[in-house]
Design a protein around this ligand. Structure first.
Ligand code: FES
Length: 129
């Protein structure tokens, strides 16, 4: 536990399992959701070998999910994340928008961890107050 400014304690919440790394095709993408008390949270994951890049599935332009076809987040060359609504394109490694109506904005990155080296689940780290 860590002490927050003002004396409130911050507790580390157990990571939420999002998917197994093998649920994401290597070089491709997939979409996931987690149901919470506050509603359904949508995520996208792009895999490059043993590494996965995870973002909230919400376009900074309008807040719409990026995938028109479920799980399809990449452009034809599989080099950029592409929003299916108005075509904004984002770098895979940091979510920065390089073209489109929200150029210069960023996707919201999700901190993840791979806790079990055998199953290699991709978990979403989180904190609660
Ligand atoms: S909603 Fe994504 S570019 Fe407009």
């Amino acid at each position: 536990m860590a002490e927050k400014p003002g004396g409130k304690k911050r507790t580390t919440k157990a990571a939420t399992e999002l998917c197994a790394v093998n649920d994401i095709p290597d070089g491709g993408s997939n979409g996931f959701f987690i149901d919470t008390a506050d509603g359904r949270l949508l995520y996208m994951a792009i895999r490059r070998g043993a590494k996965a890049f995870v973002y909230v599935n919400s376009c900074p332009h309008t807040g719409m999910p990026l995938d028109f076809q479920p799980g399809q987040f990449l452009n034809a060359g599989r080099t950029l994340i592409q929003c299916s609504t108005h075509g904004a394109q984002f770098r895979i490694d940091d979510g920065y928008c390089v073209s489109g109506p929200c150029e210069g904005d960023n996707l919201t990155a999700v901190e993840t961890e791979t806790a079990n080296p055998r199953r290699r689940p991709l978990s979403r780290a989180g904190f609660s107050s």
